[in-house]
Design a protein around this ligand. Structure first.
Ligand code: GLA
Length: 382
């Protein structure tokens, strides 16, 4: 968490509203492995990071809520009655979504003032939206003493994403952001919504994120389409979710579905198994297996599930050719954002330089490289 951002957000709130706010930090997340398995009630392996959203929030005694997005310098005022999503509302829909979904479950919030800013690069696939939703639901819960549990809060955030941002996401992002554990990744079972923290120490290796700095337009509709395919095939197989399907089951309906749908479901079944193999490899400190599983995950996301793009595939190819990198894959929903790489500590700088140069040459634009610390979940910071 950046102290500079905390200071700026808190100062901006005091300047505008002349009172002292409640301060909340809500982190973004990475995902070691297990993408597009969460809405299939499968396993994922995310971790909250030290980048996120800082929110300053306080009660007000007027008829409307006043919100200010400090990075964008955009102000938005709304009343809490009859809340609906705005067309092309951007960040406003996450805020409206949280308040609207709270009122859907009969929780009425009073008016408030809020200022927020963050350091998760937009479109990086590190869940800045889940961090924003969680910061608001957590802040409102605290401010108005709503008595919600963290489990209830993440469902509000998820519904805000579904009904106000229009993305039928799973629970991974909101969960990881809310429940993150320092220095750990969470092996999360998305059916029971329970997780086990694994202390992450890759010994001679470190995680590196490489951001393509692209986000392709179709990502939201393509995401919802993938989810619809999974649900259609589950129904055909007579299972509640693909989590319950085996490869043997899938072959029994091979001729009833398209080749493309077959490949997508095959990816989900394989990826779900990989998450469990990854957690076993962590326990056994089998670093080579971790690298192999990352590469296999990317192959599936790119060729079977078809959620990669040329920039992500290029980064993974570069990683494969570099002997300092054990494994690499795209991370998150896809169609842009970051790759996650397991890189030898001594070769970190060299790979950073090499991949940046080659990306620039290929696409005539820059990629960005980050290293992150695994952090605690959403919390009050004053
Ligand atoms: C997005 C969604 C998550 C998850 C990932 C893919 O981040 O919000 O629920 O489905 O994509 O793993």
């Amino acid at each position: 968490m950046s102290k500079k951002i905390v200071k700026k957000v808190s100062q901006s709130f005091k300047d505008q509203f002349k009172t002292k706010p409640l301060l909340v930090f809500s982190p973004g997340r990475i995902n070691l492995i297990g993408d597009h398995t969460d809405y299939n009630e499968g396993f994922v392996f995310p971790a909250a990071v030290n980048k996120g959203i800082v929110l300053a929030i306080g009660k007000n005694d007027t008829k409307s809520c006043k919100t200010y997005a400090l990075n964008k310098k955009e102000f938005y005022e709304f009343e809490t009655k009859n809340i609906k999503p705005l067309p092309n509302g951007g960040w406003r829909n996450y805020v409206l979504g949280v308040v609207g979904e709270l009122s859907q479950i009969g929780v009425k919030v009073d008016t408030f003032n809020a200022v927020f800013a963050g350091d998760i690069p937009a479109g990086a696939g590190m869940s800045s939206s889940a961090a924003l939703e969680n910061s608001f639901v957590y802040g409102l819960n605290e401010l108005f003493d709503l008595g919600l549990s963290k489990d209830e809060m993440i469902l509000i955030s998820q519904k805000a994403e579904h009904n106000f941002a229009g993305v039928k996401c799973g629970i991974m992002d909101q969960y990881a952001s809310m429940f993150g554990v320092k220095n750990s990744a969470l092996l999360l079972d998305c059916r029971t919504v329970e997780s086990k923290p694994y202390n992450i120490d890759f010994e001679g290796y470190r995680l590196m994120l490489v951001n393509t700095n692209v986000k392709h337009d179709l990502s939201e509709s393509a995401y919802n389409d993938r989810r619809a395919v999974c649900e259609k095939v589950s129904a055909l197989l007579g299972v509640n979710a693909l989590r319950d399907a085996t490869k043997k089951d899938l072959y029994t309906i091979e001729s009833d579905i398209s080749k493309e749908d077959f490949q997508k479901v095959l990816y989900v079944i394989n990826e779900n198994e990989r998450v469990q193999q990854f957690s076993e490899a962590i326990q056994k400190k089998n670093i080579t297996a971790l690298g192999r599983l990352l590469n296999e995950s990317h192959e599936g996301l790119s060729n079977k599930y078809k959620v990669s793009c040329k920039e992500l595939d290029f980064l993974v190819e570069q990683a494969k050719e570099n002997s300092n990198v054990l494994g690499s894959r795209m991370m998150g929903g896809g169609f842009g954002g970051c790759t996650i790489n397991l890189v030898r500590k001594e070769g970190f700088k060299e790979f950073k330089k090499d991949v940046s140069k080659k990306f620039k040459k290929e696409f005539k634009k820059k990629c960005s490289v980050y290293s992150v610390k695994l952090s605690k979940g959403t919390r009050i910071i004053n």
